[in-house]
Ligand binder design. Structure first.
Ligand code: DC
Length: 230
């Protein structure tokens, strides 16, 4: 069967990574979490003192430093999924902290950061056989992807999923606070000047509000078989 490129875009906290990762494992493709790359750049900024207490980014210095920011992925044999490395150091858990989450949106909106990340993502996908998830994969990174999916669910349902996830990790946050954060992130993603979140004209829309994980994985596997057979 020919190898194809699969782009999974959509709103935050709607289960994109879960379904993209599971599909890649099932069909033996590479999985790349493009959000992890923006998170790694943000961690680099925090570690290098490029973000001050008010959250201002030293853009001039970051732009000069960008050639020194090397982001790679290596399969973690324990989880079966790739871990994110920043300049050779495994940062998979550090990029998931609240500190990184709360600073990543303005970093991901910087045009020179996006330019560098998109070039790196396109290089990773040159040989096809890749599943990449994010916000601009089907529109900007791989406009010629054979399969594009745009995932959505209501803000209330996404907030409830994040709330359950945080509860399971023993972290405290109110449902109302999380819902506000989900709405805020939607706004930033949709209104960013460079590569805002939008559904590609040829993407298949998946509203998974009423689906569980096995149902959405089965749905995606069917779409893969259809696209790969064409
Ligand atoms: O999917 P995530 O929450 O890990 O993404 C982290 C941030 O990066 C979020 O602010 C959206 C942004 N992002 C982006 O701008 N483009 C992508 N292709 C992936 C993520």
């Amino acid at each position: 069967m020919k190898k194809i490129t699969i782009a999974i875009d959509g709103y935050s906290s709607c289960g994109k990574s879960t379904m993209a990762k599971a599909l890649a494992k099932e069909i033996g493709y590479i999985y790349i979490d493009s959000g992890a790359m923006y998170r790694a750049v943000t961690l680099y900024c925090l570690d290098s003192g490029l973000i001050d207490k008010e959250g201002n980014i030293n853009k001039l210095r970051l732009e000069t430093c960008m050639p020194d920011v090397r982001i790679t992925f290596k399969l973690n044999p324990q989880t079966g999924y790739p871990d994110t490395y920043l300049n050779g150091v495994n940062v998979e858990s550090r990029i998931r902290t609240m500190e990184v989450s709360s600073h990543v949106s303005p970093v991901a909106a910087l045009p020179f950061v996006r330019e560098a990340m998109v070039a790196a993502q396109q290089a990773m996908g040159r040989a096809k056989g890749i599943v990449m998830d994010g916000r601009d994969i089907g529109t900007t990174v791989f406009p010629d992807a054979e399969l594009k999916v745009f995932v959505t669910a209501t803000a209330q349902i996404r907030a409830r999923r994040r709330y359950d996830e945080l509860q399971a990790k023993g972290e405290n946050a109110s449902l109302a606070e999380i819902l506000e954060n989900v709405k805020q992130r939607d706004y930033i993603d949709l209104h960013r000047e460079v590569s805002p979140l939008r559904q590609a004209a040829d993407a298949i829309l998946l509203d998974n509000s009423e689906m569980n994980i096995p149902q959405q994985s089965a749905w995606l596997l069917d779409r893969f078989h259809e696209a790969a057979a064409e």
